[in-house]
Design a binder for this molecule. Sequence first.
Ligand SMILES: C[S@@+](CC[C@H](N)C(=O)[O-])C[C@H]1O[C@@H](n2cnc3c(N)ncnc32)[C@H](O)[C@@H]1O
Length: 269
Amino acid sequence: MRRGPFQEGEPVVLFDRRLRRYMIFLRRGGVTDLRGGKLLHDAIIGREEGEVLSSTLGERFLAFRPTLSEYVLEMPRGAQVIYPKDLGMILLWADIFPGAVVVEAGTGSGALTMALVRAVGPSGKVISYEIREDFARRAQRNIEAFLGPTENLELRRADIYEGIPESGVDRILLDLPEPWHVVPHAAKSLRPGGIFLSYLPTIVQVQQLVETLHGSGAFALIETIEALVRPWSVSGRSVRPEHRMVAHTGFITTARKLCSERSVIGYQP
Ligand SMILES: C[S@@+](CC[C@H](N)C(=O)[O-])C[C@H]1O[C@@H](n2cnc3c(N)ncnc32)[C@H](O)[C@@H]1O
């Protein structure tokens, strides 16, 4: 995590007077056109976070380093990202801990990958699968621009439906269309007590996944949740929920790996 004055090359989020958000990457000599005026990057480099900057039209912008949530929503996307409200839930529901060995697929734009890399820390490891070369390259650029060099991340250009060579893995997290193909590989790759987590947009996919998890005999405590976050407006005497919210994104399904098929209890199809 960077601290201190803004430096060349890093992302900055700017907020206008209506708190609309813009993200730019600082370049020496760079100029960004913003709301009709120009913002000179050299006037931002060397300044502290939380400063108010003026465009050539005199419009004022508040400047901060992006949080991971802000960065995920503003970064260039190849694939659709997992929204911050779900990233937070996923980290806890998959019980990601410092030092964990985590397999993830697909990398997509790298949103979940960044959350995982930060949560496992330098003593952990994230192995992230992506089948598409263009998405893998985009994710790598996104991740490097936000986290800098990452020793604890391996980006693997491969099809996870074909298998996972690692064994003794602590966690497997999937954000891809047919996670049921990964269940037999996860059963071999996860250590006993390891957690399988899948993020899916439709309940029909969830149903197929849950049936496959039960049918494998290798998993228990299979649960599905969704996260609803309702922002509030608190302004004078107007204290009420915002009119708009992100209603549906995806369902989170988790399961625990058993040490043997004889351990299955509590399953009634
Ligand atoms: C919805 S995106 C993932 C977004 C990512 N979680 C994020 O937050 O940025 C799904 C990704 O899975 C990849 N994918 C689909 N099938 C795959 C497979 N069998 N193995 C590896 N990656 C796969 C797709 O190319 C796509 O990039």
